[in-house]
Write a protein that binds this ligand. Structure first.
Ligand code: FA5
Length: 341
């Protein structure tokens, strides 16, 4: 019976091709080829009416069997290939959809940068603006204009890294005082945060490269009480509580009178530790009223104006705020330290 052998061959061809196919896309194509409207099986089924009636039931039954069998093997192959997507990947590539994802590490600001921004905000709220100056500075701005002429013994107070004759890595941010007075007329209210450098041995509270925030306020009738009021407001905002401070006389050629503002050591609570050199106090903020010679160097008339200035150690402020007992940790690059902030 020719039609029966056509059906057998059709089934054999379909089975072979479906079992050998390797992609889900070709399974779809084979479904169209073997079961679609133009497929041989559909043509046979449509032509059943033309077959002699005694043979029609047998051929019809066989054609339907072949059709549903092909459908089954198409479904089975589709399932096999779907599972195989994972099985054909190497062991390392296997996807475990229940495994928790890998958290992306994101960086954050260094604690000194954060504190600098916080201090900038505090002073901005008191009407101060931010000034800057170069790190490689002229002798004139770092020393001479600040009432420290050549050969003045006060030059030894800050061990200097010289670059070329007359040029140095600034030892403090006080140079920005003169640069600001050259640019702006009083009233002046600026802070100048920045990096400074000293040729120094390092220890728990001393670095060769550290940060200061210079402050300068010049107006008519500025006195020590203005200085104390601004300092107290700043410290209260930084520490979010009142901290014990002491003011003692300090000598800096660019201020008169000059003071040292110390804060009670917050590492040991005042009982003595390597950071405060067992004294219970940390030198944080030298300050004073701007010396008339400095005002003159900045072309400001000392008979008309007066002012105060301060130079705060930013690293030490961060140490006190977070209870860090060694300044060298800041530049250590140690992630175990930095990740805590
Ligand atoms: C000065 O640098 C003056 N220019 C400050 C000043 C400005 C006085 C305006 C008066 C008016 P001094 O060398 O003390 O001063 O440094 C100021 C602060 O910087 C210190 O109180 C301390 O907090 C910090 N500091 C000084 N040396 C180091 C260092 N090696 N490592 C870390 N912090 C330091």
């Amino acid at each position: 019976m020719e039609i029966m052998s056509r059906l057998d061959k059709f089934l054999k061809d379909a089975e072979t091709e479906i079992n050998n196919t390797v992609s889900l896309k070709s399974v779809q194509e084979l479904r169209i080829k073997y079961l679609g409207r133009k497929s041989e099986i559909v043509t046979i089924l449509k032509g059943l009416g033309g077959i002699p009636s005694d043979l029609r039931p047998k051929i019809g039954m066989r054609a339907n069997e072949v059709k549903s069998y092909i459908d089954k093997i198409l479904i089975r192959r589709e399932k096999e290939l779907s599972n195989n997507i994972f099985n054909t990947l190497g062991d390392k590539e296997k996807i475990d959809i229940t495994e928790p994802g890998i958290k992306n590490e994101t960086g954050h600001l260094h604690p000194i940068s954060r504190m600098r921004m916080e201090v900038e905000d505090i002073f901005s709220s008191m009407g101060f603006t931010i000034a800057t100056g170069p790190e490689v500075e002229l002798d004139y701005y770092n020393f001479e204009a600040l009432n420290i002429p050549p050969d003045h013994p006060a030059r030894d107070m800050q061990d200097t890294i010289w670059t070329v004759e007359g040029s140095l890595l600034r030892t403090h941010t006080s140079c920005v005082q003169i640069r600001t007075m050259e640019k702006f007329k009083p009233p002046i209210r600026v802070i100048a945060p920045g990096r400074v450098f000293r040729y120094e041995e390092t220890d728990a509270s001393h670095e060769h490269t550290f940060y200061q925030v210079e402050g300068l306020m010049i107006d008519k009738n500025i006195s020590v009480s203005n200085l104390i009021a601004v300092m107290k407001t700043m410290l209260k905002s930084v520490f979010r509580r009142t901290v014990k401070v002491r003011l003692r006389p300090g000598y800096f050629p660019f201020v008169e009178p000059g003071f040292e503002l110390d804060i009670n050591c917050l590492i040991c609570g005042g009982t003595g530790c390597p950071v405060c050199k067992q004294s219970g106090w940390v030198e944080l903020l030298p300050c004073g009223l701007v010396h008339p010679n400095v005002l003159k160097a900045g072309k400001v008339d000392p008979r008309e104006y007066s002012g105060f200035a301060f130079g705060m150690g930013l690293d030490r402020l961060v140490m006190m705020r977070y209870g860090i007992d060694d300044i060298r940790l800041f530049h250590s690059g140690d992630l175990r330290f930095l990740e805590q902030f």
